[in-house]
Design a protein around this ligand. Structure first.
Ligand code: CU
Length: 130
């Protein structure tokens, strides 16, 4: 597990150990029908379910405009918003209305391990920026 995401979340008050736990548990969750997470794509559709974010691991290219489409299908209040970590100091936060795809256009400026999480960082996913 790379240190980058826990370090970033740690600055935001989230213990790294908690994130390690959530990332590994999410990584073992099934990813239905999508391209392999290790192949960079410029568009990812991410379902927000009772189990968290699916997929919980994606790959993208640095310095390329990326579209992330989050669709929340769970009523869990915990997952009512998403935070995307673009680098050490930049995050994007969006509300996720149930059943309504929310399209985020973002660019990851440099390679590394970034991520996305719910508003309180209980669920999350890893973004492998190449
Ligand atoms: Cu949460």
């Amino acid at each position: 597990m790379p240190a980058e995401v826990p370090r970033i979340l740690g600055r935001l008050g989230v213990p790294g150990a908690a994130l390690l736990g959530l990332v590994s548990s999410c990584a073992s969750a099934g990813v239905g029908g999508q391209a392999p997470a290790d192949r960079p794509q410029s568009r990812w559709e991410i379902a927000v379910t009772d189990r968290g974010f699916e997929p919980a691991h994606i790959a993208v290219n640095a310095q390329q405009p990326i579209v992330l489409v989050f669709t929340r299908v769970t009523p869990k209040a915990c997952l009512k918003e998403v935070v995307v970590y673009l680098d050490d100091s930049h995050t994007v936060r969006r509300e996720l209305p149930i059943g309504q795809p929310v399209e985020l256009r973002v660019t990851f400026s440099k390679s590394g391990d970034l991520g996305y999480s719910c508003g309180m960082s209980m669920y999350g996913g890893r973004v492998d920026v190449r």
